[in-house]
Design a binder for this molecule. Structure first.
Ligand SMILES: Cc1cc2nc3c(=O)[nH]c(=O)nc-3n(C[C@H](O)[C@H](O)[C@H](O)COP(=O)(O)OP(=O)(O)OC[C@H]3O[C@@H](n4cnc5c(N)ncnc54)[C@H](O)[C@@H]3O)c2cc1C
Length: 389
């Protein structure tokens, strides 16, 4: 039986951040993953993730995003890695919107969060949006919240860098090793994998979309796993309006369709296309049964309904499409807490489709939970009790 102070189950966004932060604090930590992160089987792949400081999902999230920005920049300074690009970000809405985002009042909560946390922003009318960002086909009654510090993270680079730093500080990483189950034991937590049994002082379970399979029936019902697709469309015309210096990240409550969209600037290479996706409401699935292929009809429908009317210079030619999973909790919240049965098992499920931007600070908070029993940032909105448990 192998012994360690802490075992981290899952080395995706949350687990790689926690493993790095624990190792940096001198904790004897083992990180396990079924695959070799960064990989494309979970929730942390696809080139880019939006980051923004004023969070429409709730005012309580902003301190996590703000602290994460500091950590990503510290990691860049330490390693030279390219993790975050601050392009500015638009949240667009209108009285005539028909599309809904997974949470209500996204726009007004964003503005409220900016005011509460002193986040610099501007409110732009349609004319000003069109003047600054001509690639968007905005309607007269549309308005935007514009945040200069918003932008995007490179998720694969973030995971790679956190795992490299974790190893540098002494973590043991074991990839290609699937955890079969875990249970409280006399001295901590017994974790059984395909290869061996571990006796850990504490366990951080950060299994993403696999969490419902591992956590037991009482809690599994809290999670819904959804299939989401990311599309990259070719640019029909000059690439300049989509370059990161000219084009922000955006989330847009549209007039016409049912769902909202979000997207990113071009990578700078015209051949890569420009990434656009709809937010939330993909079909319910599981990691074992999900359809990971995207057929031509799906891309054509996406372009016709969600792209052509709003970004008219994006061509119907789909260069790439990738399938990913949202692990959604009620209210689009996160769950980060000790298991009610055992304070040695910490569950970390920060997804609901918006967790990446917060993951660096969540990793730090998980390490503080283990080493100090409390966290500097307030994680009380993410407790089991918030879900009636
Ligand atoms: C399409 C899409 C777009 C998104 N866009 C944004 C965005 O723009 N901005 C933003 O902030 N967030 C965004 N998110 C959310 C964000 O990406 C997730 O919140 C985050 O990646 C979740 O990280 P995680 O660590 O919980 O899961 P993952 O990164 O999936 O990690 C879980 C890990 O656990 C491992 N694992 C599972 N079971 C086992 C087992 N039994 N044994 C060993 N290992 C196991 C898996 O292999 C995996 O590596 C998006 C998500 C998706 C899917």
């Amino acid at each position: 039986m192998k012994q360690c102070d802490v075992l981290v189950l899952g080395l995706g966004a949350a687990g790689s951040a926690a493993t790095y932060q624990l190792a940096k604090r001198g904790v004897k930590v083992v990180g396990l993953d079924s695959f070799a992160p960064p990989h494309d089987q979970g929730s942390s792949h696809g080139d880019s993730r939006i980051t923004r400081l004023a969070i429409g999902e709730g005012v309580a999230y902003s301190p996590l995003a703000m602290r994460s920005h500091q950590i990503w920049r510290d990691m860049e300074r330490e390693t030279g890695a390219d993790l975050m690009r601050q392009t500015g970000g638009l949240i667009m809405t209108s009285p005539g919107k028909t599309s809904v985002l997974p949470v209500d009042n996204f726009f007004s909560t964003t503005v409220a969060a900016a005011k509460v946390h002193g986040i610099a922003h501007e409110i732009l009318d349609a004319r000003e949006i069109a003047r600054r960002f001509p690639a968007f086909n905005v309607r007269e009654d549309e308005v935007a919240y514009y945040e200069q510090e918003a932008g995007y993270l490179k998720p694969e680079n973030c995971l790679r860098t956190q795992l490299a730093l974790a190893e540098k500080y002494g973590a043991e990483l074991r990839t290609g090793e699937k955890v079969l189950g875990f249970e409280p034991s006399a001295h901590g937590v017994r974790v059984t994998t395909e290869h061996q049994v571990y006796e850990a002082g504490k366990l951080i379970a950060a299994a993403g979309a696999w969490m419902p399979q591992l956590i037991g029936a009482r809690y599994a019902k809290l999670f819904t796993v959804r299939r989401q697709v990311l599309f990259w469309f070719a640019v029909n015309g000059p690439i300049e309006p989509f370059l990161p210096d000219n084009f922000p990240i955006y989330i847009w409550e549209l007039q016409g369709p049912e769902r909202g969209i979000y997207g990113f600037p071009s990578s700078g290479n015209a051949g890569d296309g420009v990434k656009v996706a709809t937010h939330g409401f993909g079909p319910v699935t599981t990691p074992d049964t999900i359809d990971r292929t995207v057929n031509a009809d799906e891309a054509a429908e996406m372009h016709a309904e969600y792209v052509a009317p709003y970004l008219p210079t994006l061509d119907r030619r789909c260069i790439k499409a990738v399938v990913c999973m949202y692990t959604v909790l009620p209210g689009d919240r996160f769950l980060i807490d000790v298991l009610p049965e055992s304070d040695r098992i910490i569950v970390a499920s920060p997804c609901s489709g918006h967790g990446f931007k917060h993951s660096a600070a969540i990793g730090e908070a998980l390490a503080e939970m283990v080493t100090a029993g409390k966290t500097r940032l307030d994680l009380s909105p993410f407790r089991f009790s918030e879900f009636g448990i």
